[in-house]
Design a protein around this ligand. Structure first.
Ligand SMILES: [Zn+2]
Length: 229
């Protein structure tokens, strides 16, 4: 997904409560088309005159909209900036931008909240428009999702649903074979695409399908002949 102001605000408020005990005042939120960073904390520095302390104010959390990342990674970017923010407003000094203080908060949060915050987003540019292997499965009969209600199944019967496999290149052959065995599938058309529609689906690693209405699918071009799958 690509960050929106609503998403960033919502993530900030949620993680402020969950992780930072609500200690952080809500900053300005800004989106940018920056290529050089994913997230950044901007603030105004007023040097302390006559022996007074330097004051930082006007905090702005900036998130780049140039990167299409899984939601959890975007959340990690927001939390990363929130750690910088916490250190700033608490006046905790660190030896560098991501010094021992930063890392100790980061590691504690990763551990306690199951996050994957990092200190380096280098190489992330390669994730722009991450490639998905997408298998569109023509269903022969209705696939009942586990635990689906009668109403849900009826709705599925009315709508023209397709099964969707979204995965990495490595998993495609295995999932293709597995899905054919496990589900009533007539055929699977494979595409390699970086269309942002597919970013919301975590790459599958086990034999599963996402069920989506056919009308919701984007028009896919660049169909690859991945016949063997
Ligand atoms: Zn940082």
């Amino acid at each position: 997904m690509i960050a929106s102001a609503e998403f960033v605000k919502e993530a900030f408020v949620r993680f402020n409560a969950e992780i930072f005990s609500g200690q952080l005042p809500v900053p300005h939120i800004q989106l940018s088309r920056a290529r050089s960073f994913l997230g950044k904390l901007k603030y105004k520095v007023t040097p302390g005159a006559f022996g007074r302390k330097t004051v930082c104010s006007d905090y702005t959390l900036i998130i780049s909209t140039l990167y299409d990342l899984p939601q959890a990674e975007l959340e990690d970017v927001v939390i990363h900036e929130m750690i910088h923010y916490l250190l700033m407003i608490r006046g905790i000094e660190d030896s560098s931008a991501h010094g021992p203080q930063f890392r100790s908060y980061m590691n504690a949060i990763n551990e306690r909240f199951g996050r994957n915050i990092t200190v380096s987003h280098k190489g992330r540019a390669a994730d722009t428009g991450r490639m998905h292997y997408v298998g569109i499965c023509e269903l022969n009969g209705v696939v009942k999702p586990v635990g689906a209600s009668v109403d849900k199944v009826r709705k599925l019967q009315q709508e023209d649903m397709v099964g969707l496999i979204v995965c990495s290149k490595d998993m495609a052959p295995r999932l293709s074979a597995g899905v054919r065995k496990a589900f009533p599938v007539d055929k699977i058309d494979w595409y390699v695409t970086n269309h942002h529609y597919f970013s919301k689906f975590p790459h599958l690693r086990t034999v599963k399908m996402y069920l989506v209405p056919r009308t919701e699918l984007p028009t896919l071009t660049g169909r690859n002949d991945l016949g063997g799958y």
